[in-house]
Write a new protein. Structure first.
Length: 190
């Protein structure tokens, strides 16, 4: 869209255009909103179920099956160092570790290059993992995974509104830049 030549300013970057910036922002905001809803609604459902069942100590821990929650997507979310694991603990980590199969040496070298460690993160058997929210993290978990204010319908509505704004910006920002350029030229000639 910025094929126009402006007399008073120029855009030197030929690899990135204003259209690409606008649509990149749109995609980034939309992906961030979807990730937020996934975090609050899907992953947060486990935390809310644990809190509703009063699983606040290792003795009261329950499996996902006992909570009535699916294990899909939880394998990655319950690894060490993830946001969900800041609120949810595992009462029996030694019992639910899956055995690691021997992998090729080049995979270990790649992992060491990208992560700093050649050892893979341990995988959990979520059918036997007994989950609980520690008492000291209860308030943090309640606030972080509260369902209010982040409904999926708002992502849909916001996505549609942002789509309209992105389309309008794609067509009208070059026109606005041309008007600004003309105004600057007019004031220069006075």
């Amino acid at each position: 869209m910025l094929l126009d030549v402006y007399a008073n300013f120029s855009f030197e970057n030929s690899t990135i255009s204003l259209t690409l910036i606008i649509w990149g922002l749109y995609a980034g905001i939309l992906i961030g909103g979807i990730a937020s809803v996934y975090n609050k609604w899907y992953l947060g459902a486990v935390v809310r179920a644990l809190l509703a069942a009063a699983c606040l100590s290792p003795e009261n821990g329950k499996t996902l099956y006992e909570l009535g929650r699916p294990a899909w997507g939880m394998q990655r979310a319950l690894r060490d160092g993830t946001v969900l694991r800041k609120c949810v603990s595992i009462a029996n980590p030694e019992e639910c570790l899956l055995s690691q199969k021997q992998e090729k040496k080049w995979i270990a070298l790649l992992r060491r290059f990208f992560t700093g460690s050649a050892l893979p993160k341990p995988k959990l058997d979520l059918t036997t993992a007994r989950l609980y929210v520690p008492e000291e993290k209860k308030y943090h978990a309640e606030v972080r995974y509260d369902k209010r204010g982040n409904a999926p319908i708002w992502i849909l509505i916001g996505g549609l509104i942002l789509l309209v704004i992105a389309v309008l910006a794609t067509f009208f920002i070059p026109e606005l830049l041309q008007m600004i350029d003309n105004a600057i030229t007019m004031f220069k000639n006075l």
